[in-house]
Design a protein around this ligand. Structure first.
Ligand SMILES: [Zn+2]
Length: 192
């Protein structure tokens, strides 16, 4: 087998950037999911290591809108240029999700530097390569300060190939929902 270099730069540009998602689906993500995911990555960015998490929830085929309900953190090997989830760990996660009637809707992992593009390794080792599956990559090992989808590169799988969603496609495909809205903030009586 021919040796393939696993650096991130190598595959830069090998993914088509699209302005419309093939799936036409919407993924609703409560803001605490993004915040909590990034907090989990903090331990690894302090060690300059990549990290990974899975966003799981419910699919709704009627209006093609899916909702993330929980974050799953796999046991993985972490390094500065990679992460690896052992096959038995992925199997265990799959069984747990199906027992809870949840679906893995997206994976999210971190990269060193400002590269948010899938490496060849990422293309091959995503937990799923089904149509519609999303793979999000956070640059700077997740140390990007704010919890905003615009700083994250979003890949979508279609017929086992990955494309990158441009900003417009990304904001239609993934919608962050405020999970706590308090209209009392202007009212002194309720200030704590
Ligand atoms: Zn990667």
């Amino acid at each position: 087998m021919k040796f393939r270099n696993k650096t991130h730069d190598e595959s830069f540009g090998s993914h088509k950037i699209v302005s419309k998602s093939n799936s036409n689906r919407v993924l609703l993500v409560p803001s605490y999911i993004l915040e909590q995911t990034q907090k989990t990555f903090r331990y690894y960015w302090k060690k300059n290591q990549e990290a990974v998490a899975y966003w799981c929830g419910k699919e709704n085929d009627q209006d093609k809108t899916d909702v993330v309900l929980s974050i799953v953190i796999p046991k993985a090997f972490h390094s500065g240029g990679n992460y690896e989830v052992p096959a038995d760990e992925s199997t265990k996660i799959g069984k747990t999700l199906s027992a809870r009637e949840l679906v893995c809707l997206a994976q999210i992992h971190t990269h060193p530097g400002d590269s948010g593009n899938h490496s060849w390794y990422d293309d091959e080792n995503s937990i799923s390569k089904r149509n519609d599956f999303l793979s999000l990559v956070m640059p700077h090992f997740g140390n990007i300060g704010i919890y905003d989808i615009q700083d994250i590169t979003v890949h979508e799988c279609w017929e086992t190939k990955w494309v990158i969603l441009d900003n417009q496609a990304k904001s239609k495909r993934i919608v962050i929902i405020d999970d706590f809205v308090d209209f009392r903030v202007e009212d002194l009586e309720y200030r704590q």
